[in-house]
Design a protein around this ligand. Sequence first.
Ligand SMILES: [Zn+2]
Length: 101
Amino acid sequence: MSRLRLIDKATPTAKQAVIERIKQMANPREELQCPRCGCRTYLMIYNGATLQGGKMRHGTELHRCVCENCYKRGTVQSLLPEKLRVVKEPKPRRTKPKLIK
Ligand SMILES: [Zn+2]
């Protein structure tokens, strides 16, 4: 009976090295970026769009901010972070009543 054992991490191929370099590049504007492939293009996927009076109305949203490159390869990878970070702490609520003059 064979036993499972850990092996060393494989050296990245040239393609994987490029992908890792792109993912590590500076992103000062905090553009959404795919954590898998580094792509910054995204898709919004709707089902059941209709034309009402010549205007298009979206149907049901199936996927939001999905990586376009991964989607073409058959993977649904969201560009949105798992947990949205708090940009600014909310102000504490006023407890003291205002003075009336
Ligand atoms: Zn991707």
